[in-house]
Design a protein around this ligand. Structure first.
Ligand code: NAD
Length: 347
């Protein structure tokens, strides 16, 4: 065995992590699983052929055979086990969003720096071939001076249930759950300029509806939200997400420069990527026929995590740049409460 793995939280997304690790046997071994729900932990261990099962992540972290963990708990329960794992000398792959708030995310980044261990956020879009092609175009300077970004995800009907709709477990609703994909993608394409201010609005439009298949009393997050974010370098960003809105479905990440643009529409219809370049009068399509290698499968991200551990490489999706998403979420929720634009705290 090369690398011993533990999985903390054995619900929905943990299955994708487990499947990827099992596919990498025997170089990678799934040593232990943990869930506060004992029956769920036991069932997962039986299904995945794992010998060690526990309900307290500290028991899992005490195992010397474990080199790295996947943290697949609800978002508000990411930081505590992730920090403890890093303090115990384990590498950490944590599900998106990184944490419920920027304070918790900062603790994770600080713990990774102290421990000198990998902290990777499982953000599968970072390996999307279309996103990578757009990033290459931006790095070449094809877009000229960039001044605007758009991160949008309008889901026609898609309100989830379980931990996602309870703020004490999720940290937030549609803006964090779905929005983290487009927001992180836009920031990644822009090269992570510092976010300066945010003006946001968030509301539960359909959350209290009596004909949803969840208990409206449990619904304590937003299902719709928008924000205007000012970024360093004179760049403005529009951010809008809904789990349910009476629009046709539309997701897009778009970056505008004075000499071109990159547009990514991951769920179609139509091409997923459009790149254009030129001046005011001679704009031409430059979308490449061949895209860089990559995949948005969770298993692909898990593979990149293991590869980085094996090679001693830096984290493929490090926590420090991911912190900006949490800082923006905190600011836009505060802005919504106050009814005005607020400064983003990056202290
Ligand atoms: N990358 C993706 O495509 C993707 C998809 C879905 C969810 N997610 C993210 O994954 C995380 C989990 O989502 P899910 O859908 O698997 O949720 P889930 O509710 O199905 O599973 C979470 C599990 O964690 C357990 N748990 C809670 N607190 C715990 C603790 N302190 N210690 C151990 N176990 C604990 C719960 O009992 C549950 O079994 C969330 O952050 C979510 O945003 C990512």
């Amino acid at each position: 065995m090369d690398i011993g793995i533990g999985i903390i939280g054995t619900g929905g997304i943990a299955r994708a992590h487990a499947g990827a690790y099992l596919d990498m046997a025997p170089e990678v071994e799934l040593v232990a699983v943990c869930d506060i729900d004992a029956a769920r932990a036991k069932d997962a261990a039986a299904e995945w052929g794992v010998a060690e099962v526990c309900t307290d992540y500290r028991d899992l972290l005490s195992l010397d055979e474990i080199d790295a963990v996947s943290v697949c708990t609800p978002t508000a329960a990411h930081s505590e086990p992730a920090v403890a794992a890093l303090n115990a000398g384990k590498h950490v792959l944590v599900e998106k969003p990184m944490a419920a708030n920027a304070g918790a995310a900062r603790q994770m980044v600080a713990a990774a720096e102290r421990a000198d261990k990998l902290l990777m956020v499982e953000m599968k879009w970072r390996f999307m071939p279309e996103l990578l092609a757009a990033r290459q175009a931006i790095a070449r300077g094809d877009l000229g001076r960039i001044y605007y970004a758009e991160a949008i995800g309008w889901q026609h009907r898609g309100i989830p249930g379980g931990s996602f709709i309870r703020r004490e477990l999720s940290g937030g609703g549609a803006l964090m759950d779905n929005g983290v994909y487009t927001l992180d993608a836009a920031l990644y394409l822009l090269g992570h300029p510092r976010p300066l201010t945010a003006s946001g609005a968030a509301a539960a439009i359909f959350g209290q509806t009596p004909d949803g298949n969840w208990d409206p009393q449990d619904f304590t997050v937003e299902d719709f939200g928008t924000a205007f974010v000012r970024l360093d370098g004179g760049i403005s960003l529009f951010f809008g997400h809904a789990w349910a809105i009476n629009f046709t479905e539309q997701w897009q990440v778009r970056i505008a420069g004075d000499q071109g643009a990159a547009e990514i529409r991951p769920f179609g219809p139509g091409p997923k990527l459009r790149l254009v370049r030129g001046g005011y009068g001679d704009l031409e399509e430059t979308t490449p026929a061949a895209l860089p290698a990559g995949s948005t499968d969770v298993g692909y991200a898990v593979g990149r995590f293991v590869e980085a551990i094996r090679k001693g490489d830096p984290s493929p999706v490090p926590g420090d740049t991911f912190l900006y998403t949490n800082a923006i979420f905190d600011a836009l929720y505060e802005s919504g409460r106050l009814g005005r634009e607020v400064a983003i705290d990056l202290s």
